[in-house]
Design a protein around this ligand. Structure first.
Ligand code: FES
Ligand SMILES: [Fe+2]
Length: 447
């Protein structure tokens, strides 16, 4: 150690080089490496309430699209520009079957089939051939529990829609929500693998935004699985051990534990995630989080006052969005931490350290998958895991364990036991799984 610091005091001048993002992980437009990778998966694209007979502009992965609902209640997601001569289908009229372009009346089905070209003679062979050989650009959709999902990839590779256990948490009410961020998708998504920020951003620096116990540095361990990554984050809180698990399903589905009510002081057997949340790229410099907030005993209790815009903001990012600028500066939350990095983080400017391990792991996994795709290897699809729902692990486990010491070794050992108990129940579903895990965790309390 020792030696001279390469940077003298007051070295601003030496840092003024041009810094750039890692384009391979951040650029999402069609034809880019990451854009093609992201197009391998289903993503939520809107709330169900946004799909009506009034067509709506939706921008996803750098594509301008129109979302609509025809009179049969079918959802359509089509390219904005009409394939005849480019009029916007934002001004299209929803009909019994599909959407009709306002300009010359071509009628498109939800799958892009050209049903009518009414300006052409009824017996025109050329028009018949055109209808048989051309379609408006369209994407398949799935509507589930207040969200609309779409697959924007090549039609030959459409994966099965993955159904996760967190789509249906027992005794839980869900609230669909969406929040816009004027920044790249990666800097939002990787926060889900950054437990250290919670200690500082949410408590010590500008908080406490959640309970004081969040400000205690925790004992962390990161894991990988076929679907992505997860971590354990353990703290001793009086005679309890609080293990918080967060999980990212690649590329962009994030799960976080309870926030409003979680302080590690009350026993909780396999609590679940307070949101089921996708970070959807609008384009390379904008994102839209589309999610379910989960209210219930396993997550955060369903107190009415939290089902408000402000309550959802706090679940989503620690602080309300609608604040005067000074409040954002004095009490920044996740939103400020994300967008403050600029439209796209300049990765060449970063100096990552050991506590960035989760972020490093996530970027490595993304890079591997993107390179693999470039070499013709399709990324792993969660639905390929046998059975549905697909088991996930996120949530809070708080056990009465006075016997576990408040040191790194003991907390790590305890966390590994918790994970083993949860993972050993992967083959079970529904209540049987919860019962098995709860039984295992109760045994751990008494051993
Ligand atoms: S531009 Fe749409 S029908 Fe002509
Ligand atoms: Fe946060």
């Amino acid at each position: 150690m020792g030696g001279r610091n390469a940077f003298p005091a007051f070295c601003g001048y030496l840092h003024t080089g041009v810094h750039q993002e890692d384009a391979a992980l951040t650029h999402v437009e069609p034809g880019t490496p990451c854009g093609e990778y992201l197009r391998c998966f289903w993503h939520p694209v809107a709330l169900s309430s946004e799909a009506t007979d009034l067509p709506r502009n939706v921008r996803i992965l750098g594509e301008n699209l129109i979302l609509f609902r025809d009179k049969q209640n079918r959802v359509g997601l089509v390219h904005k520009q009409c394939c005849h001569r480019g009029a916007s289908l934002e001004y299209g009229i929803c009909e019994e079957r599909g959407i009709r372009c306002c300009y010359h009346g071509w009628l498109f089905d939800v799958d892009g089939t050209i049903l009518e070209t009414p300006g052409e003679p009824a017996d025109s062979e050329a028009a018949r051939r055109l209808r048989a050989n051309l379609r408006q650009g369209a994407y398949p959709t799935v509507e589930h529990n207040g969200l609309i999902f779409a697959y924007l990839g090549h039609p030959d590779h459409r994966p099965e829609f993955p159904y996760f256990d967190t789509f249906e948490i027992p005794e839980t009410e869900t609230q669909p929500y969406a929040r816009d961020y004027p920044c790249n998708w990666l800097q939002i998504t990787e926060n889900a693998m950054d437990p250290v920020h919670a200690v500082f951003l949410h408590v010590r620096v500008s908080g406490p935004q959640f309970a004081e116990s969040w400000g205690q540095l925790s004992v962390k361990e990161f894991y990988e699985r076929e679907t992505g990554l997860f971590y354990t984050n353990a703290r001793k809180v009086a005679d309890k051990v609080w293990v918080r698990l967060h999980e990212v399903i690649l590329p962009n589905l994030t799960h976080a534990g309870a926030v409003m009510t979680m302080d590690g002081s009350q026993v909780k057997y396999f609590g679940r995630n307070t949101f089921t949340r996708w970070v959807v790229p609008v384009d390379s410099e904008n994102s839209r989080v589309i999610a379910w907030a989960n209210f219930g005993e396993k997550t955060d209790p369903p107190k009415g006052e939290w089902r408000t815009t402000e309550g959802i903001d706090v679940i989503e990012g620690g602080m309300p969005r609608d604040r005067p600028p000074e409040g954002c500066q004095r009490y920044p939350g996740d939103y400020e931490a994300f967008i403050g990095q600029g439209p796209i983080t300049a990765h060449s400017l970063e100096h990552r350290v050991s506590s960035d391990r989760g972020v490093e792991m996530m970027r490595r996994r993304l890079r591997q998958a993107i390179h693999g795709l470039q070499n013709g290897e399709r990324p792993f699809q969660p639905a390929a895991l046998s059975g549905a729902p697909i088991p996930t692990y996120c949530g809070d486990v708080v056990l009465h364990c006075p016997q576990v010491a408040a040191n790194e070794e003991a907390l790590l050992d305890h966390s590994r036991k918790v994970i083993k108990i949860i993972r050993d129940a992967d083959h079970l579903v529904g209540q049987a799984r919860y019962d098995r895990i709860t039984e295992g965790l109760k045994n751990l309390e008494t051993n």
